[in-house]
Structure formats: structure tokens, C-alpha cells
Design a binder for this molecule. Structure first.
Ligand SMILES: *[C@@H]1O[C@H](CO)[C@@H](O)[C@H](O)[C@H]1NC(C)=O
Ligand SMILES: *[C@@H]1O[C@H](CO)[C@@H](O)[C@H](O)[C@H]1NC(C)=O
Ligand SMILES: *[C@@H]1O[C@H](CO)[C@@H](O)[C@H](O)[C@H]1NC(C)=O
Ligand SMILES: CC(=O)N[C@H]1CO[C@H](CO)[C@@H](O)[C@@H]1O
Length: 466
């Protein structure tokens, strides 16, 4: 009798596969922002196995893997546009001209290097570059990806049939325009987690959950349908805005944007970022044509706002300067901090008044906590070098009655000991990345021994030199 009573329970326990909740159980996958490589920003749909194997080998050889860059993510363009889906199994057919060993063959090779493989699909009928989408095939595709050994899914938002459109299409990139998307306003009480967008993303989330494999879920719905309100319960990351372009300001057709407009938007949509869930500012354009100062700022801002860090430049052609940006250990440590999950936060806008919505001159002054200390980041959005000052009284977490060792996160060196304020010249579009640690007795002496005593600087200047 006993055994028959127990057996249903046991059977249930035994049949429960290795599942994961959003907080991917029994693993730390997804707790911190994802790091790795993605093909879109450098190759678009012109991809093949060799390009991913090159990227993977470079992640290892350049020491990037050891710094945490472990995902090798395939973006749009991996499937066969003509053959589409297998008529019997309905599985998406891989373009074997591009991937002769299939995705599973590539996954094996990438896994052998100690890296993980990501893939791409879309919640609509087609992907953005018109390859098969996953709508109505969520279960089959999730199972297929799991069978192939995929570890990450980027899930896009193109080709949505009319009946799948949101009742209240909240499309932030069309703000301040008369685009249809924003003519219909949702009632105050409307719950965006009930939107078609949210339902469709949940369908894929649930399908992934049912697989016997951990697959990180990165939603790419451009901030639509107020994704920041339901993103964290649906995925490990959610894009908050349109695509990125390798330019500082401006945009292309309201679809792709420079670094500053994305930053401006992010500052109003970051409150849900913490462990296990990250607002995604899009993949990195570092190395793709920005100036060296802009590359530094772009990388630092994405790192300190805890966005995923996915390299989008060909790693076999990377310059030493660009590589040094990707390899900044201190910024990576801030992004990947085990104890502090929230992003750095602006404490002052600078050029514009606080909380000004402005796509060319967003906030310039940020502070944030990390295991290593209290950090201040000062961005220069102007077209000339500016001396920026961190006034201790203004910085949350700094005490104006105390002395601090100021450390430069770019050079990796201590600058000196300061009280009340610290000033530093910042090149146009560059960012000062600093760490403050309270100076103990004797610290001044120790620094002098290293030849870096307290140095004079713009004393008493509390505002910017404009
Ligand atoms: C996001 O969801 C995870 C569970 O997946 C939870 O631990 C975390 O607290 C949530 N974050 C926020 C900001 O609510
Ligand atoms: C953004 O801020 C700059 C600097 O204050 C200002 O010159 C510009 O007009 C602002 N842009 C808009 C669209 O208001
Ligand atoms: C930073 O973290 C430390 C250690 O947890 C804490 O004592 C301090 O209050 C934090 N400061 C701020 C500004 O959050
Ligand atoms: C210049 C301008 O009109 N900016 C507005 C754009 O839309 C955002 C969001 O609604 C407003 O906050 C800005 O004031």
C-alpha cells in the first residue's frame, strides 16, 4: 500500500526534468549581465561557421574569455530562407552553406573552447532580415535550440501580424513624433504585462523553461509595450530602445540610434535592473568607428549601467586600443560585481538641469557602489576638453569631512589623496572613471613613497569650466 501511495509522488519527482525558473536555479547564469560576442554589429546577416570559430578562438587567445566574455552569439541570418522549416518535423532548417556542421556542430566546437553558444529568433512570423520567425513554433524551436546545445536566445520583434499587434503600442523611439504608434494612449490603469507583446515573449520563456537545458533569454523588443514593467519576470535581459549605431548622436529612421540618445533613454528606464534582470542598451559598437574617447565612454557607460557587454567588432582585426577598452578589468568588475546589482546612478546632469530629457547632452555625473569602493564617473558631452569636478558634498556616499584616495580606473593607478573635491580634465566625449577609498592614517605617506603626493588642482571650483 505504502509504495503505491508513494509512487505517484516519486514518479512526479523523478519525472521533473532539470528545470529553471527565471532565477535560473542551481546555476548563476543570468544573475549578472551577459558578456561575450554577437555577430550583428560587424557582419549583419553575412555570417558563417568560420566567423564564429574565429571570434571564439580570439576570445580565448586575447584573454577575453578569462575576463568573463563567454557567450558567442549568432544573430540573424543562420537559417535557410528557401527551405524554411522541415515539412515533417517543422524544425527551422539551418543554412548548411553557412554552417556545414549545423548549429549543433558549431555548438560542440564552441563548447570545447569552454565558451557558450547563443542563437537568434523572433516572436513574429519572420526575423528582421526575413528568415523564419518562431511565432506559433515556440515549443518546437525551444526544443530544437536545446537539442543543438544552445545556451542563449536573443528574441527579436519583427514581422508581427496585425492580430498580434498591441492594443496600446507604446513605442518609445517615436516619442516626440506624430507616428501612429503613439497616437493611442493606454488608460492609466492599463497593465502592459497583459499586452500581446508580453504574452508572446512569455510563450517563448515558458517553452525555454520546459527544456532540459539552461538557455538564457534576451528579449529584443526595443522598449515597446513598456517592457521595463514586465521584462524582469520574462527574461534575463530586455532591450529598452532601438538598435545602436556606431555614432555619438543622432539616429537613422528612428530605428537605429547613437550612443547619447540611447543613454538618455536608459536613464529613465533603469529602475528594474538588478541581479537576475538587466535593461539591455544593445550590443557594443566599440571598435566600429567611434573616436577613442567615444569608445571609452560607450563601454564605460554600458558597464556601469549594468547592460550586457556583447562585443560587436571583428576580434581578429581588433586594434590594441580597442582591445584595452574591452579588457578594462575595473569596469568589468563593476559590471559583474557579485555584491552590488544596481547600476551607477546620475547624481547631477551637468550641462542640462537634472532630469532633462535631451538626446545630445544627457547626464554627465554618476556615482555607484562596488565591492572595490565608491565610484564617480564624469562624462563630457561637449565638443571641447572640460575640467570636471566631483564635489564630495554632491556625491551620494562621499563625506566632505573625509579624505579619499582617488583612483583612475583607466590607468589603474592611484592619483592622490583629496578632500572636499577632485577635478580632472576630460577630453570631448570622454569619461573620467574614478574610485574613491577613504584614506587611512599613513596613506598619504605611502602614496608619497610611490611618488604621487597630493597634487594641486583647480581649487575651489565647484562647477564645470564651460
Ligand atoms: C527580478 O527577478 C528576479 C527573479 O527572477 C528577482 O530575484 C529580482 O529581485 C527581480 N528584480 C527586481 C528589480 O525586482
Ligand atoms: C539639448 O541640450 C543642449 C545643451 O543644453 C541644448 O543646446 C539643446 O538645444 C538641447 N536639445 C533639445 C532638443 O532641446
Ligand atoms: C556602499 O557599500 C558599502 C558596503 O556595503 C556601504 O557601507 C555604503 O553605505 C554604500 N554606500 C552607498 C552610497 O550606497
Ligand atoms: C523635445 C521634447 O519634446 N522632448 C520630449 C520627448 O518626449 C519625452 C517623453 O515623453 C519628454 O519627456 C520630452 O520632454
Amino acid at each position: 500500500m505504502r509504495s503505491t501511495l508513494l509512487s505517484p509522488v516519486l514518479a512526479l519527482l523523478l519525472s521533473t526534468p532539470f528545470t529553471y525558473s527565471l532565477q535560473l536555479e542551481s546555476t548563476t547564469e543570468g544573475r549578472l549581465p551577459a558578456m561575450g560576442f554577437n555577430s550583428w554589429n560587424c557582419f549583419n546577416e553575412h555570417i558563417n561557421e568560420e566567423k564564429f570559430l574565429t571570434a571564439a578562438q580570439q576570445l580565448v587567445d586575447l584573454g577575453l574569455k578569462d575576463l568573463g566574455y563567454t557567450y558567442v552569439n549568432i544573430d540573424d541570418g543562420w537559417s535557410d530562407k528557401d527551405l524554411w522549416r522541415d515539412p515533417e518535423t517543422k524544425r527551422i532548417i539551418v543554412d548548411t552553406k553557412k554552417f556545414p556542421d549545423g548549429i549543433s556542430g558549431l555548438a560542440d566546437k564552441v563548447h570545447e573552447l569552454g565558451l557558450k553558444l547563443g542563437i537568434y529568433s523572433d516572436r513574429g512570423t519572420k526575423t528582421c532580415a526575413s528568415y523564419p520567425g518562431s511565432m506559433d513554433y515556440e515549443e518546437i524551436d525551444a526544443k530544437t535550440f536545446a537539442d543543438w546545445g544552445v545556451d542563449y536566445l536573443k528574441y527579436d520583434n519583427c514581422f508581427i501580424p496585425d492580430e498580434e499587434e498591441d492594443e496600446y503600442p507604446w513605442a518609445p523611439e517615436w516619442w516626440n513624433t506624430t507616428h501612429d504608434g503613439n497616437k493611442i494612449h493606454a488608460p492609466e490603469s492599463y497593465d502592459f504585462s497583459t499586452s500581446r507583446s508580453a504574452q508572446r515573449y512569455r510563450a517563448m520563456r515558458d517553452a525555454l523553461k520546459r527544456q532540459d537545458r539552461i538557455i538564457q533569454f534576451g528579449m529584443c523588443n526595443w522598449g515597446h509595450a513598456h517592457v521595463e514593467k514586465w521584462g524582469n519576470e520574462t527574461a534575463q535581459s530586455w532591450r529598452i530602445w532601438g538598435d545602436i549605431l556606431p555614432q555619438w548622436t543622432g539616429h537613422k529612421d528612428h530605428i537605429a540610434w547613437g550612443v547619447m540618445p540611447i543613454l538618455n533613454h536608459a536613464l529613465f528606464h533603469l529602475s528594474q535592473t538588478n541581479f537576475w534582470g538587466h535593461a539591455d542598451m544593445d550590443m557594443l559598437e566599440v571598435g566600429n568607428g567611434l573616436t577613442p574617447a567615444e569608445d571609452r565612454s560607450h563601454f564605460a557607460l554600458w558597464a556601469i549601467l549594468k547592460s550586457p557587454l556583447l562585443i560587436g567588432t571583428p576580434l581578429d582585426k581588433v586594434s590594441p586600443e580597442t582591445l584595452a577598452v574591452f579588457k578594462n578589468k575595473e569596469l568589468i568588475a563593476f559590471n559583474q560585481d557579485e555584491s552590488f546589482g544596481i547600476p551607477a546612478w546620475p547624481y547631477k546632469w551637468g550641462v542640462n538641469a537634472d532630469w532633462t530629457w535631451n538626446q545630445t547632452h544627457p547626464a554627465e555625473y554618476y556615482s555607484g557602489n562596488s565591492t572595490a569602493g565608491l565610484h564617480v564617473f564624469m562624462l563630457n558631452t561637449l565638443e571641447k576638453t572640460v575640467t570636471k569636478t566631483a564635489v564630495f558634498d554632491e556625491v551620494p556616499g562621499l563625506d566632505s569631512t573625509k579624505k579619499y584616495i582617488v583612483h583612475d580606473m583607466w590607468s589603474g593607478e592611484d592619483i592622490g589623496i583629496y578632500e572636499k573635491e577632485f577635478s580632472i580634465p576630460v577630453e570631448s566625449h570622454d569619461i573620467a572613471a574614478l574610485r574613491f577609498n577613504e584614506a587611512s592614517e599613513g596613506a598619504e605617506e605611502a602614496l608619497k613613497v610611490q611618488g604621487k603626493g597630493k597634487r594641486t588642482h583647480h581649487a575651489g571650483r565647484a562647477t564645470d569650466e564651460l
